[in-house]
Design a protein. Structure first.
Ligand code: BDR
Ligand code: CA
Length: 310
């Protein structure tokens, strides 16, 4: 698996899970602007790998600092904090990011290892879109591509119509939809039902023992602001959605979500609808590209899977 992340709070938990899961061989992490700028996302990723005991083991490729056709409006620090990981302080890593751009790496590795790689994107889809623009033939060379983002039957989160990862680079999302990738979209339809609670993290800190303590402590420091945000904005009670971890888990435990393939396109024009997924659910659909959307989830089983690795 390769993860492409805008390493914020829930991306961090997704990466920790991937490093620790026996179901996953984590080949590399690409980084992208989104929750924060790409430099901060890269630095967070390197520090996280050190925390997870994988410093120097998993290469990190820095990617796009802005959308393919738009400027980056800047991070919204009320969601993920100024440093993207809720103000948690992690020691610096001695590992450096690779020299190659994430998009170039994706194009190269897909050609070198056709049919082998699962790519999970937990931020804007910019890096993969750039890779597809450079070499459209790589679309058939991934084993699967799983994207966290979008909202099909439920409202958006950053606008009434759009989820943040699709809103942040709608043109990139449209490139992915049109590319013919083996694509599954894990969006708000399922992530808003799959919750992490403060009690889960308290339990982890109590039960993790001495070895697990640094990770459990980090998660406590990181998620405080996220619980507060979801309490304020979504009326959640001491809990938050497991957006990005669910995408990683769905990639290796696909039976935990139920997906439906629909013809779909991305609205890229009007600011009111930019990043909205338009699915053709008419009796005889004809508009858009076939994409699998996760629409139901076994949330308790996902939470159990997540905590099985810590
Ligand atoms: C997505 O946006 C980011 O805030 C999260 O990391 C997640 O990838 C949820 O809309
Ligand atoms: Ca993310």
């Amino acid at each position: 698996m390769i993860i492409d992340a805008d390493t914020g709070i829930d991306d961090a938990l997704a990466i920790l899970y991937a490093v620790k899961s026996p179901l996953i061989q984590l080949e590399a992490i690409g980084t992208c602007f989104g929750n924060i700028g790409v430099e901060q996302a890269t630095d967070n990723t390197l520090r996280l790998l050190k925390l997870a005991g994988a410093e120097g083991v998993v290469p990190v490729y820095a990617g796009a600092d802005k959308a393919i056709a738009r400027e980056f409006p800047g991070a919204k620090s009320d969601v993920h904090g100024e440093n993207g990981i809720g103000g948690a302080v992690l020691p610096p890593s001695s590992q450096q990011a690779e020299a190659e751009h994430a998009a170039d790496y994706y194009a190269r590795v897909a050609n070198e290892r056709p049919g082998e790689l699962t790519l999970v994107l937990t931020g804007r889809m910019t890096n993969l879109a750039l890779a597809l623009q450079k070499d459209p033939g790589i679309a058939s060379k991934f084993k699967s591509v799983v994207v966290m983002g979008g909202a099909v039957l439920v409202p958006g989160n950053i606008t009434p119509a759009a989820e943040a990862n699709f809103w942040g680079d709608p043109e990139a999302a449209q490139v992915l939809f049109a590319a013919g990738l083996p694509l599954t979209v894990v969006g708000l339809d399922v992530t808003l039902q799959t919750l992490l609670t403060r009690a889960d993290l308290d339990r982890l800190e109590r039960q993790g023992g001495e070895e697990g303590f640094p990770v459990a402590r980090f998660l406590q420091d990181c998620f405080g602001i996220y619980f507060d945000f979801y309490g304020r904005v979504n009326d959640f009670q001491d809990s938050c959605p497991l957006h990005d971890p669910l995408a990683v888990i769905a990639a290796v435990r696909p039976e935990l979500v139920t997906s439906r393939t629909l013809l779909a396109s991305i609205a890229c024009g009007d600011p009111l609808t930019a990043g909205m997924i338009v699915t053709d659910r008419r009796v005889k659909p004809s508009v858009g590209h076939p994409v699998a959307f996760a629409l139901e989830v076994d949330a308790p089983a996902v939470v159990e899977e997540l905590f099985s690795v810590f």
